[in-house]
Each structure stands twice: as C-alpha cells, then as structure tokens.
Design a protein around this ligand. Structure first.
Ligand SMILES: *[C@@H]1O[C@H](CO)[C@@H](O)[C@H](O)[C@H]1NC(C)=O
Ligand SMILES: *[C@@H]1O[C@H](CO)[C@@H](O)[C@H](O)[C@H]1NC(C)=O
Ligand SMILES: *[C@@H]1O[C@H](CO)[C@@H](O)[C@H](O)[C@H]1NC(C)=O
Ligand SMILES: *[C@@H]1O[C@H](CO)[C@@H](O)[C@H](O)[C@H]1NC(C)=O
Ligand SMILES: *[C@@H]1O[C@H](CO)[C@@H](O)[C@H](O)[C@H]1NC(C)=O
Ligand SMILES: *[C@@H]1O[C@H](CO)[C@@H](O)[C@H](O)[C@H]1NC(C)=O
Ligand SMILES: *[C@@H]1O[C@H](CO)[C@@H](O)[C@H](O)[C@H]1NC(C)=O
Length: 370
C-alpha cells in the first residue's frame, strides 16, 4: 500500500520538525530570558552574551559577575585574597577595588563612612549596595540625593540582601583537645569586662557594675580601672591572660539590636579562648551563636538573677566546663571568611534573583529602629 506508507512517512516528518522547532524556540527564549534578566549593557564587556554551542549546557555558572568595592578601607584587605577563592555556586565572581572599573561592574558597594560627595554615574542595570557594620546610632545616613541610588544593603542584619556579620561560628572538623580540669583549676577570678568606650546606648558599664555587686567583676580598658592592650587586630597578651584567669567574659555590645554581635564575642571563638562569654543581648543571639556555649543577660529577669546563675555555674567544675566543652566544638571563620561568604552571596543573588528591593534601603536596614 504505497499511499498509506507515504502518509505515515509524511506524518512522521511533520511531527519531528514541529518537535525540533518547539525545542529550539524554548531554548532560544530561555537564552533571551537570561539575556534580559541579567541586564546586558554594552559596558559589560559583552561577558553576558552567551553563544549557544551544541551539547554545552548553558548554566549561570559560566557567567561572570563583577563587584566593585567603591570605598571602605575595612573591606580592601580581603579583595586580593578573594581572587584565589571560588564561590560554590557562581564560578566567576570577581571583586575589585579599582573605581575606574565602575562602568564595567554589575554591583557596586559603598561604605557609609566614606561616601563620595556626590554619587558617580550609575548604569541602569547596576546594583548599588549600601554597606554599614554599625547600628542606627553609629551609621552615617547618606544625604537625600543618594535616596534612590541603593538597591541592596550589606550589613550584620540577617535580612540584608548581603550579610556581612562580625563573624560566623561553624562546627569545627577537628576536635579541640584540652585538659579541662587544668583549665578550671587555673581560674582565679569571676568575670572580666573590657572596654574603651564608656557612654553607649546599652549602658553596659552600669550592667557590669551592677553584676559586680553580687560577684567578682574586674573592669579593664580605658573605660574600666586597669589598662589592657585590647585594641590590636590580633590576639593580645592581655586577652590571652584574662581568658586563662577568669571564668566569664562580658561580651557587652554598645547597642542592643537584633543580630548585632561583634568581635567582642566572635574573638573568643576565633582564638579558641578558654573563657565563657556572657552577652548583654540581643534576645535572638541563640539564632547564630550555638546554644550552651554562652550566657545571655536577656534570658534573665535581672542582673541579680544572672549573677546568681554565673556563681552557680562557676563554682562547679563540671557545670562550668560543660560550657567550655560545648564552645570548643565550634570556631569562628574570621573576617576574611565572612567577606568571602558575602561576595559569593551577592554573586549568587545576581545570578539567580537579580531583583531590586522595592523597600527604601534605609527603611530596610533600620528595621526595628536599629
Ligand atoms: C550596543 O552596541 C551595538 C553596537 O556596538 C549597538 O548596535 C546597540 O544598539 C547597543 N545596545 C545598547 C543597549 O546600547
Ligand atoms: C559552562 O558550564 C558547564 C557546566 O558547569 C560546563 O560544562 C561548560 O564547559 C561551561 N562552558 C564554558 C564555555 O565555560
Ligand atoms: C562611566 O560612564 C559615564 C557615562 O558614560 C561617564 O560619564 C564616566 O566618566 C564613566 N566613568 C568612568 C570611570 O569611566
Ligand atoms: C589534667 O590535668 C590534671 C591536673 O593538672 C592532671 O591531674 C590530669 O592527669 C590531667 N589529665 C590528662 C588527661 O592529662
Ligand atoms: C600575661 O601572663 C604572663 C604569664 O603570667 C605574664 O608574663 C605577662 O606579663 C602577662 N601579660 C599581660 C599583658 O598581662
Ligand atoms: C539550650 O541548652 C539548654 C541546656 O544547656 C537546654 O536546656 C535548652 O533546651 C536548649 N535550647 C535550645 C533552643 O536548644
Ligand atoms: C550544676 O548545675 C545544675 C543545673 O543547673 C544544678 O542543679 C547544680 O546544683 C549545679 N551543681 C553545682 C555543684 O552547683
């Protein structure tokens, strides 16, 4: 039956070509979507132009994202080391601090303390990020003409598009070995507080003094009564010594604000110090500091109750070293590690969900008046 054979043959050819063209239309519209959502500009060195090659899976891993640290001396030391690192989900995440690269950058980070007098030229598809590590009390609010410039925030607030905290505590791979009995036996005193800044919103000195009515508390630093070389980026002798001699370290922040915890706490994890941290807040600290490794004033009705608890824990080797043992299961990844995570988070956001925040950056950053 030649007629029927021809019909079937014809039919197969039609169906096959329809399927093939649907496949290509889909494929092309996918590229187009990428093209649009990534905001191709002629200034982007055409890096975003994807040339489909046969049998090559086009993935976002192949794209390059350029981040410019416009200013901010605190970030600059981490730019160079970042070049040798690789982000887990975005292969080409490039960070520079050369402002000449601004027109070739997909994201530009501005630090609150050193904004230029007037905003430079902003390409329409760029993402600008407002960066501050301070709470509302110490963040410099940019003048009005910056209002519509920022798309994202980078801060310690965990709802920021780019999280840059003062530290990040992770479980350690290799166990830390100590003779905890010996550590405990060396401890001669109750608690220590060190600070160089006295009048602060959280009134931490008053709290330290109040606690001092019920237990042994020594105040170090220019705000206390004894000098102590604490203002060094590396581990000071003084901090090492107090960690050996005291049971509790008051990691008191200048402001109580959700997510706000500084190196006063993270350093104890970074340097594996054998002392138990006591924080004055925030109430949500346990969301990012492991339970059982620290004590939070916010969990107690009064300073007297907190002191009572510290005395109880501190007077018994087993109860006290339980905290130290738990703390020693973790360590802090340090400022460099936090910077790497922040840059990778930003690149990943540009790669997967490059939408601008509809909320004004300042309103977003200062959520809960912090
Ligand atoms: C990009 O440049 C090409 C020629 O170099 C030009 O034809 C095109 O209009 C430009 N596209 C945009 C979005 O400026
Ligand atoms: C793009 O990424 C895929 C998957 O990671 C890889 O197999 C491919 O070789 C890459 N293509 C280019 C041109 O780099
Ligand atoms: C960036 O582009 C703008 C607009 O074309 C231009 O005025 C500015 O000088 C350029 N900046 C740099 C650093 O090249
Ligand atoms: C730990 O130190 C104590 C006191 O110095 C000592 O008696 C004990 O043998 C040490 N334990 C180990 C496992 O080294
Ligand atoms: C730390 O302790 C050691 C040993 O007891 C001592 O020699 C040194 O002077 C102390 N350093 C400080 C800054 O207190
Ligand atoms: C935290 O640890 C304490 C004991 O150290 C325990 O009683 C409490 O249930 C723990 N809380 C959470 C949220 O795991
Ligand atoms: C150790 O802690 C437990 C629970 O907090 C408490 O009941 C006990 O009295 C403490 N032991 C000593 C000797 O203080």
């Amino acid at each position: 039956m030649p007629f029927q054979q021809h019909t079937i043959y014809f039919f197969v050819v039609i169906v096959t070509s329809v399927l093939v063209s649907v496949f290509w239309i889909n494929l092309l519209s996918e590229f187009k979507m990428d093209f649009i959502s990534f905001g191709i500009t002629n200034t982007s060195k055409q890096k975003f132009l994807i040339v489909p090659k046969k049998e090559v899976v086009i993935s976002k891993e192949n794209l390059t994202f350029d981040i410019l640290i416009y200013n901010g001396p605190y970030l600059k030391p981490y730019v160079e080391p970042f070049r040798k690192k690789k982000c887990p989900s975005v292969t080409n995440c490039i960070v520079t601090d050369n402002v000449k690269d601004i027109n070739n950058s997909h994201a530009v980070i501005f630090t609150h303390t050193s904004l230029p007098g007037k905003p430079p030229y902003k390409a329409s598809n760029q993402f600008w990020i407002f960066h501050s590590l301070e709470t509302v009390h110490y963040t410099h609010k940019p003048p009005k003409h910056w209002d519509d410039k920022f798309d994202y925030t980078m801060s310690f607030r965990r709802h920021s598009e780019v999280l840059r905290s003062y530290g990040k505590i992770v479980r350690r791979e290799k166990e830390l070995k100590r003779n905890y009995s010996e550590v405990y036996r060396k401890k001669k005193f109750g608690a220590v507080w060190m600070s160089g800044h006295c009048p602060v919103p959280s009134k931490r000195k008053a709290l330290a003094q109040e606690l001092g009515k019920y237990m042994h508390v020594d105040l170090f630093g220019s705000c206390g009564t004894r000098p102590c070389g604490i203002r060094t980026p590396s581990l000071s002798d003084c901090l090492k010594n107090v960690s050996r001699d005291y049971k509790f370290y008051f990691s008191f922040e200048n402001t109580i604000c959700p997510d706000y915890t500084t190196e006063k706490l993270f350093n104890l994890f970074l340097y594996d110090l054998e002392i138990v941290p006591v924080v004055n807040g925030p109430a949500n600290a346990a969301e990012y500091i492991p339970n059982g490794t620290f004590i939070n004033y916010q969990d107690f009705p009064s300073a007297a109750e907190l002191a009572k608890k510290l005395l109880e824990i501190g007077s018994n080797e087993e109860n006290y070293t339980k905290y130290l043992k738990e703390k020693d299961k973790y360590h802090d990844i340090g400022n460099g590690g936090v910077f790497d995570l922040a840059m990778c988070q930003l690149c990943n956001k540009l790669a997967t969900n490059p939408t601008k925040n509809s909320l004004n950056y300042w309103t977003s950053l200062m959520k809960n008046k912090c």
